[in-house]
Design a protein around this ligand. Structure first.
Ligand code: PLP
Length: 375
């Protein structure tokens, strides 16, 4: 497999000549790596332009092939939430930690059945992009399998792929969304992986690529980068996960210690990704804090980075029962494999200083609008 992107064959993999065949071979190698990572056959990998397209294909593609109701958790990324919403689908409530319980899923499906609304697809993300909470996806898939075996089960594993051994966690899951840029691969490439031969129709028409399930010339360079990132991540996971988890715990403990009125959004005994600390800070506006943090070189966000800037209270926090007042002071700090304990300590100090400053001002901090980049 090509690991140097400049060496990716400069040819359309659908062609017949030698360079095209080389490109096709690169795609096939990449399919092997992706399939291995999620426990699927290589033929099940459908390359897309990213996680958003893969999520849209999972929901819209199943509905197109088998019309019915789409169901997802109330805390999904918008790439799942919005197609489910637009199709008139249903949402499964979460507990205060942001988890879907088997009972809540079963209740939702039973209610839809009683209403005569047959469900086609259920989508529950394996890890949340705002809070990092990990869902018991295999247990939830088992609920679906037991009573509604014809329902397709999808999981958005964009956040899980870097940190979790997905292949061992996805029993009963038919479709899996992954994206390259969450594990250091290029932006603008992802995949929907079919782990079982479930009904699925293409949304992007106009070519027979990806077994007719996603028309359009594949992004060969991006796909090579994606596969290289997946392989490198899998090889380093046993070292990197404990190291980043320790940093996460240091960050969480440091914040609680340094900032009065700060609550961790997810209790410490709930399974979370190593990469996220999410908290809510009473009496401040996150937008103001983000501005101060950025000046100290700490790039944080208030909700998911996709939603921030819109200054709406996150639907994820709302679904967890967090009041709009508290959610207005929400902060998500992310860690990666290059993070260090010195950076963690500096972030804690910056948050503490920023909060103290905001509280002492009792209002907006100084700074022109032009100075304030969107969060
Ligand atoms: N799903 C989740 C859970 C995400 O965190 C993201 C992006 O952050 C997406 C989907 C969208 O993926 P992409 O940015 O590759 O379109």
């Amino acid at each position: 497999m090509t690991t140097h992107l400049a060496e990716a064959p400069p040819a359309n993999p659908s062609g017949a000549h030698r360079l095209a065949r080389d490109a096709r071979r690169e795609l096939d190698d990449a399919r092997d790596i992706l399939a291995d990572a999620v426990g699927a056959d290589p033929g099940g990998v459908i390359f897309t332009s990213g996680g958003t397209e893969a999520d849209n294909l999972a929901i819209g593609g199943v509905l197109r092939a088998r019309p019915g109701v789409a169901v997802c958790s109330a805390v999904e990324h918008h790439a799942v939430h919005d197609p489910v919403d637009q199709s008139g689908g249903a949402f499964v409530p979460v507990d205060p930690a942001g988890r879907v319980t088997p009972a809540a899923l079963e209740d939702t499906l039973a209610r839809l059945e009683a209403e005569g609304r047959p469900v086609s697809v259920v989508s529950i993300m394996i890890a949340n992009n705002e809070t990092g909470v990990v869902q018991p996806v295999a247990e939830l898939a088992e609920v679906v399998r037991r009573r509604w075996p014809q329902v397709v089960v999808h999981t958005d594993a964009v956040q899980g792929l870097p940190w979790l051994p997905l292949a061992s966690l996805l029993d009963g899951v038919d479709l899996v969304t992954v994206s390259a840029h969450k594990l250091g691969g290029p932006m603008g490439v992802g995949a929907l992986v079919r782990r079982a031969d479930v009904p699925l129709a293409a949304l992007a028409l106009g070519g027979s690529q990806e077994r007719g399930l996603r028309g359009g010339t594949q992004n060969v360079v991006g796909i090579c980068g994606f596969a290289a990132a997946v392989a490198a991540t899998a090889a380093a996971r046993s070292v990197e996960v404990p190291a980043v988890t320790a940093l996460r715990d240091r960050l969480a403990a440091g914040l609680v210690e340094a900032v009065d009125g700060l609550t961790l959004t997810v209790p410490g005994d709930v399974e979370r990704l190593p990469s996220v600390v999410h908290c809510c800070i009473g009496g401040i506006e996150s937008e103001e804090l983000l501005f101060l943090l950025e000046r100290e070189g700490v790039m944080a966000s208030a909700a998911s980075s996709c939603a921030s800037g819109a200054q709406q209270v996150s639907h994820v926090l709302g679904a967890m029962g967090i009041s709009p007042e508290l959610a207005r002071g929400s902060l998500r700090l992310s860690l990666g494999v290059t993070s260090t304990s010195a950076e963690v300590d500096a972030a804690v100090a910056a948050v503490a200083a920023g909060v103290a400053r905001l509280r002492s001002h009792g209002g907006p901090v100084a700074g022109t609008d032009a100075e304030r980049a969107p969060a």
